[in-house]
Design a binder for this molecule. Structure first.
Ligand code: GUN
Length: 300
């Protein structure tokens, strides 16, 4: 395990994301210099969920920041499933659009699975389509969803030794927990770990998390992981992001993760902060997927 004597060295996602975005920006600039259009990332948003608006605005800004074309397709809350399918078909066919995402969650009357399945795998830069999920599961090249891809990039950047280690993943979502557990179990670097996936029905959770050399938390519960659940010297990756009340802050709230950061950092060898850990990597990985889509790295 790459460790030093200091406790709680930060895994600085902002720094890793900056490095990745700079390399993407350079490549896009070279494409544009050659007279090419360069990659175009589109986002579809249905309804007016404020969190989704914020995420999509960040993705748009980041895409433009690396010189990509970015467009956002906005539709009202009462858009029908059929209308949304038609939008997807249009984007699937549009040769100007390199890749696109449909921001989740969608309004309740729309079946998310059906929508995700409709996205052409070669344009599915979120890596949510079952074809891309399946490719990842069997170790074939394809789009890996952005948060797990970003976490792998952080582990690679900091040369965290994962081979043969106990990796415990908390949460089994399709977007993070499940793909993360698969990636960490693969014969790869990072990877090659012995993986345990825990969820809401897991018994003796604390005993399991205390075995973790690498603990990845994606459970959506603020500051759930306490210091007594963490092994001395563990590497802790916190995917959660939550607003909790903080009267001492001007905004009246602060952002925290799934981990009780201040206490856990005293035990961990490495830890991601919230904000500034996994979050920035998610967007950088989405841009990286879009660049790969443009270069047709996976789908000819
Ligand atoms: N909602 C929350 N995270 C994501 C994401 O990574 N992609 C999309 N499309 N929707 C999300």
């Amino acid at each position: 395990m790459a460790r030093d004597n200091k406790r709680g060295r930060l895994l600085d996602g902002k720094l890793v994301a900056k490095a990745l975005k700079e390399s993407i920006k350079k490549e896009v600039a070279e494409m544009v210099d050659r007279g090419e259009e360069g990659p175009h990332l589109a986002a579809v948003i249905v309804g007016n969920d404020p969190a989704s608006e914020t995420y999509v605005a960040s993705k748009e800004k980041a895409a433009r920041g690396v010189g990509m074309v970015s467009s956002v397709y906005r539709y009202p809350e009462d858009t029908t499933e059929k209308e949304l399918m038609d939008v997807i078909d249009f984007l699937n066919r549009d040769p100007e659009v390199t890749g696109f995402i449909v921001q989740l969650p969608l309004p309740k009357h729309i079946n998310e699975d059906k929508i995700i399945e409709r996205i052409k795998p070669s344009k599915d830069v979120d890596g949510f389509n079952p074809v891309n999920v399946g490719k990842m599961a069997i170790g074939q090249p394809g789009f890996v969803s952005a948060t797990p891809a970003g976490i792998m990039e952080i582990l690679r950047y900091y040369k965290i030794d994962t081979e043969g280690k106990n990796c415990v993943v908390l949460g089994r979502s399709n977007i993070v927990g499940s793909p993360m557990s698969i990636l960490m179990s693969k014969k790869s670097n990072p990877g090659n770990a012995t993986v345990t996936l825990c969820h809401s029905k897991t018994e003796n959770l604390d005993e399991i998390t205390r075995q973790a050399d690498i603990l990845i938390t994606a459970i959506g519960s603020p500051q759930f992981v306490k210091a007594d659940m963490v092994k001395e010297g563990a590497v802790v990756i916190d995917v959660g992001i939550h607003r909790i009340e903080d009267k001492s802050s001007k905004k009246g709230y602060k952002l925290v993760g799934d981990v009780d950061f201040d206490a856990v950092k005293e035990k961990a060898s490495y830890i991601t902060p919230v904000p500034g850990g996994v979050g920035p990597m998610t967007i950088a990985s989405l841009l990286n997927n879009t660049l790969k889509a443009y270069k047709s790295e996976y789908y000819g």
